[in-house]
Design a protein around this ligand. Structure first.
Ligand SMILES: [Fe+2]
Ligand SMILES: [Fe+2]
Length: 178
């Protein structure tokens, strides 16, 4: 069982994940709107509904572990807000591939890594969240794999542009000065 400090730390992680899930939901909704491929559009719509459920799970987890905590404005949340603005910038310009790099490749990849490192055995609520964790991991893997397949089918001429976008998003994702 974890103590008060441990609960607050875990709540902070869940709060960051909640924030990331809301970004993923909003971006997937907009990807569906700008995508001209019906099958991909259905994928983005399904992803958006799954991200919405993920957000609900992490919100509940945050509230359960730190019921009296007010909004937790951590550095990670601030960094995610910057990340969201870059995604919004690409969405406004209809740069679907850039947003797939930013969301499905980078953000989903980081989210999956974070999920994989959460040790539910440390929490007294761990057993309750275990089935959700497995489901979320499966769905995040599917989202990430979709992005990888999408990039694999892109024209090789667009590789320099994709590399630049990937670097930009990776730089934002790993910034530690915030
Ligand atoms: Fe998610
Ligand atoms: Fe996802």
């Amino acid at each position: 069982m974890i103590g008060i400090d441990g609960s607050i730390r875990a709540a902070r992680v869940f709060h960051v994940l909640w924030h990331g899930e809301r970004i993923a939901h909003d971006v997937a909704v907009r990807q569906a709107a700008i995508c001209d491929n019906a099958k991909a559009g259905r994928f983005f719509t399904l992803q958006a509904s799954q991200e919405s459920i993920h957000a609900t799970v992490f919100h509940a987890a945050t509230a359960m572990l730190a019921p009296r905590a007010r909004m937790m404005l951590t550095n990670a949340v601030t960094a995610l807000d910057t990340y969201r603005r870059h995604l919004a910038h690409d969405l406004e310009r209809g740069h679907l591939v850039s947003t797939i790099i930013g969301l499905q490749i980078v953000l989903e990849g980081l989210g999956a890594l974070t999920l994989a490192h959460i040790n539910l055995a440390l929490s007294r609520y761990g057993a309750r969240f275990a089935p959700y964790k497995r489901l979320l991991e499966q769905q995040e893997d599917t989202h990430h794999a979709f992005g990888c397949r999408w990039l694999a089918h892109e024209d090789t001429a667009s590789i320099p542009r994709m590399a630049a976008d990937a670097r930009r998003y990776f730089e934002l994702a790993v910034r530690r000065d915030r």
